[in-house]
Write a protein that binds this ligand. Structure first.
Ligand SMILES: [Fe+2]
Ligand SMILES: [Fe+2]
Length: 169
């Protein structure tokens, strides 16, 4: 099974985008933690781990295919934000960009009639729906609460995290 050079190169680039997303979430989570919002911070530290997992899925795919792996330089994240809401709005914009990148990878796989890569990328196409929906809903909750009432969003997230950890038990 051979990956086309074009798709191979695009996947190597995507690995950089996923690691960059991971760093961006570490920056957002750290800002939120310093703003006294531990529930939001925890949520975004978890997202940072998920992005690393995404990068690793691509790395393992190339390794399995014995396709060239060329890890790119990672773009530094934005670390300063005007408000907690602005930080989460940036997260949504970045997820929308990643969705376009994943769709581009899928376009290449379709052009190549590369059925294995189409199946592999299908997971990411579905994952982006979840990622955009989750950060979009969070942003709406924050806008509804307003800066003074973010503790309501905090309470919701901390309760949700507790019930998630109960489920894991
Ligand atoms: Fe991702
Ligand atoms: Fe993501």
């Amino acid at each position: 099974m051979v990956l086309s050079d074009k798709l191979n190169a695009a996947i190597n680039e995507q690995i950089g985008h996923e690691f960059a997303a991971s760093l961006q979430y570490v920056a957002i989570a750290s800002y939120l933690e310093r703003e006294g919002l531990p529930g939001l911070a925890r949520h975004f530290f978890k997202q940072a781990e998920e992005e690393r997992d995404h990068a690793m899925r691509f790395v393992r795919y190339l390794n399995e295919l014995e396709a060239p792996l060329a890890l790119p330089a990672v773009v530094a994240p934005q670390g300063q934000f005007a408000s907690p809401e602005a930080a989460v709005a940036l997260a949504l914009t970045r997820e929308q960009t990643v969705t376009r990148q994943i769709n581009h990878l899928m376009d290449l796989a379709v052009q190549d009639q590369d059925h294995l890569s189409r199946q592999f990328l299908g997971w990411f196409v579905r994952e982006q729906l979840e990622e955009e929906a989750s950060v979009g809903h969070l942003l709406k909750m924050m806008q509804r609460a307003g800066d003074k009432n973010l503790f309501l969003v905090e309470a919701y997230l901390l309760k949700q995290a507790d019930s998630d950890s109960d489920d894991a038990d």
